[in-house]
Every structure is written in C-alpha cells, then in structure tokens.
Design a binder for this molecule. Structure first.
Ligand code: NAD
Length: 466
C-alpha cells in the first residue's frame, strides 16, 4: 500500500478538479486520477471547444454583415483546420492553467484508469507516469469522489455505426472535426443540436435538425423554442420536429438519413450526420466486481451529501444524472467536499442557470411561467423586447427578449428566460436575484448603465408591475 490519501477523486473534469481545489483548500491530501485529458468533457470535447469554434464562425457570419454597419463588404473565407488548431491552443492553455493550479495547491495528479476496489481502495492503471511502461498502483484513501462524467448516448437506430455518423466527441476532439460537412444532418434538437446547427449554419453549410419532440430545446421556455426555430429557419436551417429517424444508410451518392415526418417517410442525403440525443453517465470499468454502489438508469444514486450507497464513496457531476452542466458538476463536487470536511456548504445548488450559445444567446434560471403555473403558483411576468433596447439596436442585435417570472403575491423573482445578445452573462444577475429572493421592486430599483443590454432587466421588472 502506498500513500494513504484523505481523498481520491476519479475524473478530472470540472466536477473533479474543482472538488480537488476545495479539498486542497480544506487541507486534505488529495489525488486526482484522470484517464484522458485534464478538464474532462467540458475542456476537451464540450463547452470550450464548441464555444471557441462558434466564436470563429460568428466572426465569419459578422463579416458577411459589414455593409449593414456602413462598412465595405468583406470577402472573408475560413479554414476549418486552422479553426481547429486555434481551438486546440485555447484548450491547451486552459489545461495548463488547471494543471498549474493543481500543482500549486499540492494536489497530486495521476494519469490513468481508476478502479474502485471497495471502501478506501482504488487501483490505478497508470498510463502516463512520465517514466516507462504502464504500472498498477493500489492506493488507500479515507474517501473517494467519483466524478467520471458522461458520454454521448447513441439510440438503437440502424446505421449509426457507419463512417460519417458522428457524436460531438468526434467533431470536437478528433480528426473528423477538421473537415466541414455540407449538408449536415443533426439528430436531436437539444442543446448540442442547436449549437452545432448555429456553428455550421454560420459557416454557410446546409443544416437539417431532426428533433423527436414537438419543439427544439424541449426543456426550455416555449417562447424561446419558437423564436429560435423561427430565427434558424430564416437563416436556412431546415427543421423537422416530431421527426422519427428510422435508419441511416450508405447509398450510391453517400449517406442518407431516413425518417418519418407527419407519418410520411422522408429521406435526406448528408455529408455527415451528428447524433446529439443526450448523454449517459460514464462508469465504464470503474468498479471491481461487488464494489458497485446503487445505480438508477445508469446513474449513481447519491443522497443530499453526495454519498453513494457505499460508505466513504461519494459521487458528483454528470455521473449522478440530473442537470448535466459543467458549472453544476463543479458546484456539486465542491459541496460534496465541504460535506466531507465538515464545512458549511457555500453554494446554492437549487438554482442552476442554463445557457445555450446560439445567436442570439439563450439563458434561463429558475422557473418558467409554465412550470410555476403547473405547480399552482400564481405568477406575474414582465417582458422587455430587445428591439427597444439601445445597445441591441446599435449592434443590430435587436431580436429577442428578457422575460422575468415573479410570484404574484410576494413579487419575489422565481425565474428568468433570456434570448438576446450576452444572455449567458446577464443570467448571472438574475440567478443571484432568484437565489437571494429579490423582489420585482428591488430589481427595478437598481441603476443599470446606459447603453447596455442589462437595461432590459429594468424594463422587464417594470413591465411586470403594469
Ligand atoms: P439534450 O438532452 O439537450 O437534447 C437531446 C435532444 O434529442 C432532445 O431534445 C431529445 O428530445 C432529442 N432526441 C432524443 N432521441 C431522439 C431521436 N431518436 N431522434 C431525434 N431526436 C431525439 O442532449 P444533448 O444536446 O445531446 O446535450 C447533452 C448534454 O450536454 C445536455 O445535458 C446538455 O445540457 C449538455 N450541454 C450543455 C451545453 C451548454 O450548457 N451550452 C452545450 C452542450 C451540451
């Protein structure tokens, strides 16, 4: 046995590394085990790669709009290989930052596959010790935190194993992403689906979205789904909601996606097909026989303190199911560690903002009007249209709205749904307001600088009074 640790964390994504920082801060001797790259899905094949590519694609789209601003038209071209190279640099820089922070906080990192043998025992098959061949280490620890994340789910549709059918992992973290697929068919109109549709559409590709449910982003406010569908369609994205993909085949002219739409069989050719129908918790090879904690539909079951059914083994992030977002995983990992260390939890876990990096951006926190009504809570809503917001008009970003949902009786803010430029930043103010129980009056009483997108928050709060 080597080195008894206070905590071994398996999985180096935001859930794992943020937990490691907190544990080190609380004086725990901590080891972080990661089998692929530090940063997990978020940094290697999720949030950061997508947003880096989307930023470039939006610059490209903007170049096509120069004349709207009285500027000479620009004939700009793009190079996906170079865009991917820049993405790789952004990812590497951020990974370096995390590694350095872990080092400075004296968190040990082991690159390899971790397997839980039971309470307090982890076997790590080291894949990069920096010196020589793979080595197996059996390590002892007071506690274990599982933060192994999730992987793309693949529905049992015939043909999805064919070359040219991808998941977001392929397009964001492999050579497949160095090509551009035109036309591109995306199966799934959730968050990944609409972000990737935005990215490829901005680059001028023909994109089709096939969503099984009646609307895009089914978990979001209905008005957001409708507005987004309208904007995407206007830009040339083909959208089929209520579509049932039956099979994918490689035919004479290439890949063909067959689906049913309004009970009629349809088929469309594609240069590439992206499957984005959700992600499932990842626990591959994680438990020795007999060491599996309780699971439900593939997700580890935890209590309010992130304890699994096995003493000393905790879990946080995508692997426990629920909200699969980097910042939610980080908050859960930190909270789990605070519980282990006997500290008071410092983060409100009950309000998790969700952001979609389409153009315009979408963000939401707390309850939608529909959810509040379904729960029997009388609400009053206030809405500001961005067409009346100075900053939006200046930037020609005048589509969209900010909607605030207040408890009718107490006037406390219950939820916010935004679809506008910088929505993903503006949502923080509103999350703060929801968490701290701010009222309509308190929100409206704050001076917001002019001209800014945030002035629409004042307008929405005032509109709720009327
Ligand atoms: P998702 O759950 O957001 O969307 C999947 C969509 O696929 C749903 O709308 C679902 O109805 C649809 N679907 C399921 N089966 C289908 C089928 N056979 N045919 C057609 N449509 C089908 O999942 P995702 O977009 O794959 O994203 C995975 C996770 O990653 C989500 O939890 C998401 O929140 C997270 N994510 C977040 C961000 C962000 O925060 N900006 C970005 C990307 C991904």
């Amino acid at each position: 046995m080597q080195n008894p640790y206070d905590l071994i964390i398996i999985g180096g994504g935001p859930g794992g590394y943020e937990a490691a920082f907190r544990a080190a801060g609380a004086g725990m001797k901590t080891l972080l085990v990661e089998e692929q790259g530090i940063g997990g899905t978020c940094l290697n094949r999720g949030c950061i790669p997508t947003k880096t590519l989307m930023h470039a694609s939006e610059l490209y789209r903007e170049a096509g709009r120069f004349e709207e601003f009285g500027l000479a038209a620009q004939n700009v071209s793009y190079d996906m290989v170079k865009m991917q190279e820049r993405k790789a640099k952004v990812v590497e820089d951020l990974k370096d930052g995390i590694r350095q922070r872990l080092k400075s906080q004296k968190v040990e990192i082991l690159q390899g596959h971790g397997m839980i043998l039971g309470t307090g025992r982890v076997r790590v098959t080291v894949t990069a010790a920096g010196e020589g061949a793979a080595e197996e280490k059996i390590l002892e620890t007071e506690r274990i935190l599982i933060a192994t994340g999730a992987v793309p789910a693949r529905p049992p549709i015939p043909g999805l194993e064919l070359p040219g059918v991808f998941t977001s992992d392929d397009l964001l973290d492999s050579d497949a992403g160095r090509q551009v697929y035109d036309p591109l068919i995306i199966i799934g109109g959730g968050v990944i689906g609409v972000e990737m549709a935005t990215l490829y559409n901005a680059l001028g590709c023909r994109v089709t979205l096939l969503e099984a449910l009646p609307r895009l982003l089914p978990a979001m406010d209905r008005e957001i789904s409708q507005s987004l569908a309208m904007i995407l369609k206007k830009r040339g994205v083909q959208i089929f909601t209520g579509a049932k993909v039956t099979r994918v085949a490689r035919e004479e002219d290439g890949l063909v996606c067959h689906f049913e739409y309004k009970e009629t069989p349809q088929s469309l050719p594609a240069a590439g097909i992206l499957v984005a129908i959700g992600r499932k918790p990842y626990t591959g090879g994680l438990f020795a026989p007999g060491a599996e904690p309780a699971m439900e539909r593939g997700a580890l079951v935890v209590d309010g303190d992130f304890r699994t059914s096995i003493p000393g083994i905790y879990a946080a992030g995508d692997v426990i199911g629920g909200i699969q977002l980097a910042h939610a995983a980080a908050a859960e990992g930190i909270t789990a560690v605070e519980g282990m260390a006997g500290l008071r939890p410092g983060i409100h876990l009950n309000v998790v903002p969700g952001c979609v990096y389409t153009n315009p951006e979408i963000a939401s926190a707390g309850w939608t009007e529909e959810e509040a009504k379904a729960a029997g809570i009388p609400v009053v809503t206030g809405k500001a249209l961005m067409s009346a917001n100075g900053k939006s008009v200046i930037e020609n970003q005048d589509r969209g709205f900010i909607k605030l949902v207040f408890d009718k009786e107490t006037e406390v803010l219950l939820g916010a749904q935004l679809m506008c430029a910088r929505a993903t930043d503006l949502i923080s103010e509103l999350t703060n307001a929801i968490v701290n129980g701010l009222t309509r009056g308190q929100l409206a009483a704050v001076i917001r600088p002019h001209p800014t997108f945030s002035e629409a928050v004042t307008q929405a709060a005032e509109a709720a009074l009327k």
